[in-house]
Design a protein. Structure first.
Length: 330
């Protein structure tokens, strides 16, 4: 553990210099022929056109709350200020957040103004949350940036977490340097064929690996403050899937050899069949206990020094219900 005193996020300096506004304008203009994520749909979201993510220029905020169920270094004692964006640039057949990620028509009621988004972030800080946790933000980065410009004069000054599926554009991520303190990317698959079959994500492995390397280049190994809460760095999540569909060993070895064993690593056993997983016999079951325990052993052998693992009984504990104000309250 690296003990770090609390420091003001760099985004405050970028705001003061005008650089934050410059980047926000640049990103917003890209919505006119959208290339924000790797799909590069090229449609005019400012003009109301909808691409793969079914999202225009208005942000979709499905929920915001103080979340106490993230990794301990993210939730801490006071909770992580989660902002759940609706819609998605993936179509994972087993998505646990499918209520908000793939039911696009139902999410129209959750369209909120950029002013609202700014207010939500400030409100979460006022609740005492350790950070602002942007969940599935890849398709709404320009909207977040404009909201940040409004939130800073209202006092926002806590770290921002970018909680992503990693189907991110490196070009977009580069605009977030100095703004995101903690990157929390998934590494879903080692194999592009499985990524295409189960998440409709062409070239996922290559895009995700490039994205994670860019995130690491910006923020480095996971740094943890005196209060036990992360202040900077990368924390990669890997969900172990049945039948080794995720390619767990290849993912972990790549992280150790090509990124760093000093990153945070969250090895997740929480897979639970839901959404359209029952249409795939290989996914219509839980993760094999021996498979997960083998992965835990590999994490130790590879030398990851900031690793978090889940209990085998965890799957149902983490299932959200977005019909509730706090989706993870049982």
């Amino acid at each position: 553990m690296i003990n770090k005193a609390s420091e003001s996020p760099d985004y405050l300096k970028l705001f003061k210099s005008g650089e934050l506004e410059r980047r926000a304008v640049k990103l917003w203009n890209r919505l006119a022929a959208c290339d924000i994520c790797p799909r590069r749909c090229g449609i005019n979201r400012i003009g109301g056109e909808l691409g793969y993510c079914k999202s225009g220029q208005i942000p979709v905020i499905s929920s915001y709350c103080d979340h106490h169920g993230e990794e301990p270094v993210i939730s801490g004692r006071k909770g992580s200020g989660t902002v759940f964006f609706g819609n998605c640039n993936l179509r994972c057949v087993f998505c646990q957040n499918f209520q908000i990620s793939q039911n696009y028509q139902s999410q129209q009621k959750n369209e909120k103004s950029i002013e609202d988004l700014a207010g939500f972030m400030v409100s979460l800080q006022e609740m005492g949350c350790h950070n602002i946790n942007l969940v599935s933000p890849s398709h709404f980065v320009p909207q977040f940036m404009k909201a940040l410009l409004l939130a800073i004069p209202r006092g926002l000054n806590i770290p921002i977490v970018y909680n992503t599926n990693s189907y991110d554009s490196v070009l977009t991520l580069r605009e977030l340097r100095g703004i995101i303190s903690i990157y929390m990317p998934d590494l879903k698959y080692a194999d592009d064929e499985n990524a295409a079959k189960y998440s409709d994500a062409p070239g996922y492995a290559g895009h995700a690996r490039k994205a994670i390397k860019e995130m690491y280049n910006q923020t480095g190994d996971l740094e943890i403050g005196r209060d036990g809460v992360a202040v900077k760095g990368v924390l990669v999540r890997h969900l172990v899937l049945p039948g080794d569909i995720a390619g767990t060993e290849e993912c972990l070895v790549w992280l150790a050899e090509e990124v760093s064993t000093g990153i945070g690593l969250s090895l997740m056993s929480q897979y639970h069949p839901c959404n359209r997983a029952f249409n795939y016999p290989e996914l219509a079951k839980g993760v094999e206990v021996d498979r997960y325990l083998k992965a835990v052993k590999l994490v130790k052998e590879l030398g990851f020094c900031k690793a978090y693992v889940q209990g085998i009984s965890s799957p149902r504990v983490y299932l959200p219900d977005f019909n509730k104000d706090k989706p993870f309250d049982n």
